[in-house]
Design a protein around this ligand. Structure first.
Ligand SMILES: Nc1ncnc2c1ncn2[C@@H]1O[C@H](COP(=O)(O)OP(=O)(O)OP(=O)(O)O)[C@@H](O)[C@H]1O
Ligand SMILES: [Mg+2]
Length: 398
């Protein structure tokens, strides 16, 4: 019998510096983003001179390098020999409310306030007096800003702070990959946040190929992957969305598959297989980080797709679509069984169009039919895998 731990100290034939393929790795070189980095610098420069800068809103689809570029800029600023400018990077996925954001910033500069228990008013006043003390300018980067629950309150508070301070000021850099979130913002927050805008376009397949090539040189051993396989991974990711994170995920998964098969190189067959599983994995991550009620709606759709519903409609190409009304009923009964108040039909329709926009479901309007005009809904991913992955997170949360 083979010893189960035989492989521990065996060197990988495929991987070199494996972290270079991880999405958290900060590459030294950010290709094709010089213009964006220069633009960010242009907006932030006045703040570095101690003048109150102008707010900036950065947007672009997932995996277009927004976080990497801003972190690159933050690092450069921290290395500058100037004392009055301060920049704070806040990941709103973790700090997702006005309180948490302000608390994080204050405790960064005044660690004595790091412990919990200070009220929002205390924290606010500390921040103001710290900035005013010598006319500092604080640049606050809010990455994934759409996730902040009470964003209008946060923006309002930061704007008011600028009005309250006798010297110094706060500049906001907001970042998001969600184009729809601004529809729910108060017009005042909108005009504050969108003072200046900067777009990050998706990468095309040539650009992705070069990004991948650099990472592959560090991530894999020599001669493990050839140009054809890199080009294929780049082409698949470019066709999907121009997402560099997806492209990297395909590459590292293909590496794992080759290693499992005992192969010495990665072939295009592994790239194709890896692409399929990477895309699904990303979808499940997205679904599992959805807000509660949207997740329940997806769960209802998956259950109805598996177990059938009273009414269903076959489309011309044989796909099965669900009626929006049936999904709403199923969702409501799921919510009640979890002792949660179902959202109104108006919210439900908004959630459905958000899910459509994120590519998790596909919808279309039916013509006049048995149930009048209605929306038809279809899942974009295998329903069994979706229910399995949602049930796993629900049992962890329970
Ligand atoms: N121009 C680039 N050069 C090299 N690597 C890049 C580049 N752009 C993105 N990447 C890599 O792609 C991955 C995703 O990038 P990043 O996290 O910056 O995307 P993002 O736009 O912030 O996405 P999201 O909206 O999902 O947060 C990271 O691993 C990053 O290193
Ligand atoms: Mg990001």
């Amino acid at each position: 019998m083979a010893e189960p731990f035989d492989d521990i100290f065996k060197e990988s034939r495929i991987f070199g510096t494996r972290e270079a393929l991880s999405p958290h790795y900060m590459p030294r070189n950010l290709l094709f983003r010089d213009k964006q980095i220069q633009e960010i610098a242009k907006y932030i420069t006045p703040s570095l001179r101690g003048e109150r800068g102008r707010n900036l809103f950065i947007y672009g689809k997932t995996g277009t390098g927004k976080t990497s570029c801003i972190k690159n800029v933050v690092d450069r600023i921290r290395n500058l020999p100037i004392s009055k400018a301060h920049i704070s990077y806040v990941n709103c996925r973790i700090y997702n409310s006005r309180y948490r954001v302000l608390h994080k910033i204050v405790s960064e500069y005044m660690p004595v306030y790091a412990k919990r228990g200070y009220g929002i008013v205390d924290i606010y006043e500390k921040l103001i007096s710290w900035i005013e003390e010598d006319g500092k300018v604080l640049v606050i980067v809010l990455d994934e800003i759409d996730i902040v629950r009470d964003l209008d309150d946060l923006i309002y508070t930061l704007t008011r702070a600028n009005g309250d301070m006798k010297s110094g000021g706060i500049t906001i850099v907001g970042i998001s990959n969600n184009v729809a979130f601004k529809e729910n913002l108060d017009p005042r927050s909108l005009s504050t946040l969108y003072e200046n805008e900067l777009a990050f376009p998706p990468y095309n397949s040539n650009e992705l190929a070069l990004i991948l090539k650099e990472r592959a040189e560090e991530g894999f051993k020599k001669n493990v992957i050839d140009q054809a396989s890199i080009n294929l991974a780049a082409a698949i990711a470019a066709k999907e969305s121009g997402d560099a994170r997806l492209a990297l995920k395909i590459l590292s998964k293909a590496g794992e598959m080759a290693e499992e098969n005992g192969a010495a190189t990665i072939s295009t067959a592994e790239i194709t297989a890896a692409a399929k599983s990477a895309e699904e994995e990303i979808a499940y991550e997205v679904i599992n980080t959805l807000p509660e009620h949207q997740k329940l709606i997806v769960y209802a759709i998956a259950l109805l797709t598996i177990h059938g519903s009273k009414y269903k409609k076959l489309s011309d190409n044989g796909d099965m679509y669900l009626f929006s009304g049936d999904v709403y009923e199923k969702y409501s009964s799921l919510a009640k069984s979890l002792e949660k108040e179902p959202k109104s039909a108006r919210w439900y329709r908004k959630y459905i169009s958000d899910l459509d926009m994120q590519g998790i479901i596909m919808t279309y309007e039916s013509g006049k039919g048995i149930r009048g005009h209605t929306k038809l809904i279809k899942l974009s991913y295998p329903p069994e895998k979706i229910t399995e992955s949602i049930e796993k997170t629900m049992s962890q949360e329970a």
